[in-house]
Design a protein around this ligand. Structure first.
Ligand code: PHE
Length: 353
């Protein structure tokens, strides 16, 4: 027969378990063990009351009722406490989700991709050339012979010859340099392909000059070349116009052709765009008023001497070429006021785009 002390033990043990319960399911389990209808400890004591003597009944009866009441109270209190806790832990599903950090394109890579897509849609192939070039491809083949004053247009990073003997033996302008423009890709492509064709060649170029908000020693260009039997300036104008409208997403993009000089084209032109046409709020900090024209590329009809240098019949073939500053286009499109920001490595800048 259960004695009073045993009942007290049960009570204390259960009260302790209730106190330590750390979840509603643990608490339910304790309740089941103790007050469960079939196998609960307290329940079975109650069920056995009828077998006790009257004296025992009088003693145990009230005690067990009291214990039962106390435990119920403890269970209820603990349950409240635990459910409050879980309420706190449930996340607020109306809060915005945490942003997943993913990598993304550098602004220059993004602009290069866009330019490639636009020209590909006009059936231009995308080709590449090396950043280290021969003096011949960078200058001579482009109608800029040694000592030609036009070489001054490109301040050049010359590379030290590694094997001077070899260079003297093959001395057909084998001196190496960092290409000052992407135009040598024209030479490489024409040396290995037959017209008609239309290509663009995006890539890095290097110039040994002081840097400012518009000039970097390392910058990017996109070269263009279209050669065929009946290519004229009109074709160039159409292609440039289509490109500008798509790139700036503005069908009324204003641009102009201005006579210019590059030894490898005749006539030579430069293409300017109207700053006013760019979206409102555009600010280029250095020297450009809102209504200014800004030069974005050099272009022209391929000079017969260039065709001769690559072995083309200059009476049969005609072509246009252009070279645009990719950094400048990126600056205009994304309203960037300083070219040096592109290589600053500043993530605050890169993450904006
Ligand atoms: N290569 C010239 C430059 O870097 C640009 C150009 C390319 C001009 C093709 C005419 C034709 O300044």
């Amino acid at each position: 027969m259960l004695r009073k002390s045993k009942l007290k033990d049960i009570f204390e043990k259960t009260a302790k378990e209730i106190k330590n319960a750390d979840s509603v399911s643990v608490l339910d389990n304790i309740r089941f063990q103790c007050l469960g209808r079939k196998k609960g400890l307290i329940t079975s004591v109650l069920r056995n009351l009828k077998n006790l003597s009257i004296k025992e009944k009088r003693e145990i009866g009230p005690l067990i009722q009291k214990i039962q009441k106390e435990l119920k109270k403890l269970f209820d209190e603990k349950e409240k406490e635990l459910s409050k806790k879980t309420e706190k832990n449930i996340s607020d599903i109306t809060l915005p989700a945490q942003k997943i950090q993913a990598g993304h394109f550098h602004p220059l890579a993004k602009v290069e991709k866009e330019i490639k897509e636009i020209f590909s849609s006009m059936s231009f192939s995308v080709v590449e050339g090396p950043e280290i070039e021969t003096e011949y491809n960078n200058f001579d083949a482009l109608n800029i012979p040694p000592n030609h004053p036009a070489r001054d247009m490109w301040d050049t990073f010359w590379l030290k010859p590694t094997n001077s003997k070899e260079q003297i033996i093959n001395n057909k302008n084998r001196k190496l340099l960092l290409r000052t423009h992407t135009s040598p890709v024209q030479v490489r492509y024409m040396q290995t392909h037959k017209p008609p064709f239309q290509i663009i060649a995006p890539g890095r170029a290097f110039r040994y000059e002081a840097t400012d908000a518009f000039h970097e020693t390392n910058f990017y260009q996109v070269e263009g070349l279209m050669v065929g039997e009946k290519i004229s300036l009109a074709n160039l104008k159409f292609i440039i116009e289509e490109f500008l409208k798509k790139f700036f997403d503005d069908p009324k993009m204003e641009f102009r052709f201005v006579p210019s000089y590059f030894p490898f084209v005749e006539p030579g032109i430069q293409v300017d765009i109207r700053m006013e046409k760019l979206s409102v709020g555009h600010k280029l900090s250095v020297g450009h008023k809102k209504s200014d024209w800004l030069e974005i590329m050099g272009a022209g009809m391929v000079h017969p001497n260039v065709f001769k240098a690559v072995g083309y019949d200059s009476l049969k073939w005609q072509g246009f070429a252009f070279g645009m500053g990719l950094d400048r286009l990126a600056m205009l499109k994304y309203k960037i006021s300083d070219i040096r920001l592109f290589h600053s490595g500043d993530l605050r800048f890169i993450n904006q785009i």
